[in-house]
Ligand binder design. Structure first.
Ligand SMILES: [Fe+2]
Ligand SMILES: [Fe+2]
Length: 190
């Protein structure tokens, strides 16, 4: 597996400045959520750092790489290839950076959409991406504190915000995102 400075170098070469700083910020936020919720610090740090490694790839490159790796390009991905950057990011993490921890790879793959039955690490990266301090969204402070108190509640809220946003933009809903919300709602009602 690449060491951290090799990963940083790749990110610096392949991401915009803003996206590079965001990656570091997500990594730091993931570490802090991990220490609160009892997840492995090192895994959280790496997953946070690498999660957006495919973010600046062009649509045709994302589609090409995803289909070469047997990722089914459904109508939602076809319509908005940019959301493939999670899946393609996990391919780069494995094949280029030599990261073979499946939980880290899943956290990268599903950070854009979420999915049913997310692991603790997947939830941490999903939320860290949303609450990292460089993000300026109204009401974010409340959301940050919720993430430390009740991670599932924060994930549900974030999924809902994302679903509402997609609808307001007249875009297609990603089924994994809907599945992620359904799953957590049922689980937390029990
Ligand atoms: Fe992303
Ligand atoms: Fe991100």
């Amino acid at each position: 597996m690449w060491n951290e400075s090799e990963m940083l170098h790749y990110l610096q070469e392949n991401l915009s400045d803003k996206r590079f700083r965001h990656s570091i910020s997500v990594s730091e936020t993931a570490v802090s959520l991990a220490s609160k919720h009892g997840e492995n610090i090192e895994k959280s740090r790496i997953a946070g750092l690498v999660h957006d490694c495919a973010k600046n790839m062009k649509s045709f490159e994302l589609i090409k790489m995803a289909s070469e790796h047997d990722i089914y390009i459904d109508e939602v991905f076809q319509n908005n290839p940019s959301i493939l950057h999670g899946h393609v990011g996990s391919i780069i993490a494995r094949e280029v950076m030599g990261i073979f921890d499946q939980d880290i790879l899943n956290a990268i793959a599903y950070h854009t959409t979420g999915r049913r039955d997310m692991s603790l690490l997947e939830k941490i990266i999903y939320i860290a991406d949303y609450i990292e301090p460089l993000r300026k969204i109204s009401g974010i402070e409340e959301f940050r504190s919720l993430s430390y108190v009740d991670l599932d509640a924060a994930v549900i809220k974030s999924l809902e915000n994302s679903i509402e946003y997609v609808i307001s933009e007249n875009q297609l809903l990603q089924l994994d995102t809907v599945g992620a919300r359904n799953y957590l709602l049922i689980k937390n009602r029990r």
